[in-house]
Ligand binder design. Sequence first.
Ligand code: ZN
Length: 285
Amino acid sequence: MPALLLLVVLLVPLLAGCVPGGARSDGVPTADAPFTLTALDVGQGDATLLRTAQVAVLVDTGDPDADVVRLLRREGVDRLDLLIVTHAHLDHVGGAAAVLAAMPVSVVWMHPVPDAHPVVAEHHAALREAELRGVPVRGPPEGASVALGDLVLEVLGPPPGRPYDWTRGELNNTSIVLRATVAGAGSVLLAGDAEREAQADLLANHRDRLRADVLVVPHHGSRTSDPEFLLATGASLAIISVGRGNRHGHPAVEIVDALEAAGMDVRRTDRDGTVRIGLAGIAAG
Ligand SMILES: [Zn+2]
């Protein structure tokens, strides 16, 4: 083993009290942890910042009241290479227009929703703000693999041709599902609010590509997840972005139990606040 790698392997556990594949971090990428994930504490919602030395990507933007722009600035982020809105629910799209208005964003990924579907005004506000600022909006297809600098994003869902009827419940299953990887550092799986139906698609279509060091648990740890899907990731660390005392009862006890029984270290924004993880490429060690 090269001396430097050995040093990292030894130091990261010592410094972080750590779990394989994900160590506590200040969120800023370093030579020892070149890929970081920051689950911003947006209360009941999701806003996950992925950073490498080369790029910054935000996946979801929380509720409008969460003021994700302030949280991003606190993390030292003043521009984004990519803003992804997994789906058009308020706790994911709520801060998107504000982000676009506040800082340069190179590209937005979000799927169109049929005009007739009554989605939240914030979805349309985000599209208007992107158009106003000339930011391209794309909906990358399932199966796409996109390299952004040293970060590779694989789009695992939703699959084309699903008979989504765009009812409110189905909107969760339209979530963009991603595996984000930095070679030599590790992978993160993000599945928005995907529920059992979409998770069944993922298990059928992409079981081998679900493997990741860190899992951002779908739908705030709701019981709408299939434990088989969660465990298929083989993650050593699971993050649940969830509001303190939320009215939905998230996360479900049985989901947290399933994660912990599988040996995952579970971090929760309702208890831990903003969660910062550094991926140091030691998961396979
Ligand atoms: Zn949600």
